[in-house]
Write a protein that binds this ligand. Sequence first.
Ligand SMILES: Cc1ncc(COP(=O)(O)O)c(C=O)c1O
Length: 382
Amino acid sequence: MGAGLASKLPNVGTTIFTVMSKLATETGAINLSQGFPGFDCAPELVSLVEHYMRKGFNQYAPMTGVPVLREALAQKTFEQYGVAYDPDTEVTVTSGATEAIFAAVTAVVRPGDEVLVIEPAYDSYVPAIELNGGIPVYVTLTPPDYSIDWQAVREKITDKTRLILVNTPHNPTGHVWTTDDLNKLAELIYDRNIWIVSDEVYEHILFDGRTHHSLMTHPVLQERTFVVGSFGKTYHITGWKIGYCLAPKSLSVEFRKIHQYLTFSTVTPIQYALADYLKQPEPYQQLSAFYQRKRDLFLDGLRSSRFTIKPAEGSFFQTVSYAAITNEPDYDLAIRLTNEIGVAAIPVSVFYHQKNDYKILRFCFAKEDAVLQEAADRLSKL
Ligand SMILES: Cc1ncc(COP(=O)(O)O)c(C=O)c1O
C-alpha cells in the first residue's frame, strides 16, 4: 500500500520552470524562462571528453575529484582572487553547484538552527535547509535595485543563526555584491558561530566594468565560507552537472563526509577534460563581454517597449517591471505572455517564500541573437 507517506517537503510541487517550459513547448513560444544557454559549448571541450573516454578514463574518480582538476581549480582561483586553497584538502569537485550547496548546508545545519536566506532566492536553498531540520529566516530584497538592507540582516541574526546563504551575481535579479557588502557581512558575523555558503556560479558574468567580489577575498569571510562554483554556467555545459566547493580544510573535511554519501564522485572523463580546458583563461575571461553584448541586444530591442528596466549587473538574467503596463499578478502575466505574445518568462514572485508580487518578470538572455531580437520585438507589442 502506497498511501499515507507524509511529505518531507509539503510545499514543493511542480516548479514554475517546468510549468513555463512545458507551456512554451505546447504553444511554440520563445522560451526565455529557464536559465540555460540556447547555444552549444566549445567543440574543443567535447573533443577533450571524447579523448579521455577513449583513453579509458571511465571508472570512478577519486571521491574529492581528480587531482589534476583540483590543482587546476586551485591555480585558477589563486590567479584570479589571490587566495590559495590546498587542492588536496580544500577543493572538492561535485555533481553541479546544486550538490555542493546541499552538501554544505547539510554539513552545517542541525535541527532548530536558523539560516538566513536572502530572497528572492534560488529554489534549491530552502529545501536543503528544511530537509536538515533548519529554519529559514528571510531577508527580503526589493526592486528596483535589490541592494542588501544590512540593518534588516542585523535584526534577523540571533543566537540560533548558524548559516547565511549568499548568491552573487544573483539569480534572479542580476544584482552584484560590492566590497562594502562583504565588509558589512564580516562586521556582523566575525565574533559569532555563523558559516556561509556563497553561491558564485555566475562569477564570470559581470557587466559594465564590474568585478566579482568573491567572499573568499575577505579574510574574515574566507575562514567560514563554502564557496560554490559551477562549470555549467561558465562553459555552456549546464547538462554536464559539474561544479565544485572551495572551503578551508576544517570545513572541507565535513563537506566531504556528506559529498561522499550523496554522490561519492563525479563523472571522470569530464573532470580530465575540464582540467585541460581550465588552463586557457580566454574562455572565462571573455564571458562577461559575450553576455554583455547579449544583454544589450535584448535591452536595445526592448527600448520601445513599456517595461521599466534597470540593466542587470551580472548573471544571464534580466528583470523588467511591468507595473506601468498592467496590474495583473506576475504569474498570470507570465502565462498570458506565453500564450498571446509568444515569449515565456518567469514571474519573480516564485522566488519569494510569500510570493511577493512586485510586478517583475525575469528573462534569460543566454540565447541566440536572433531569438533575443524576435523576443524583444514581440514583447514591445505589449
Ligand atoms: C544561483 C544558482 N545556483 C546554482 C545553480 C545550479 O548550478 P548547477 O547546474 O551547477 O547545479 C543555478 C542554476 O541555475 C543557479 O542559478
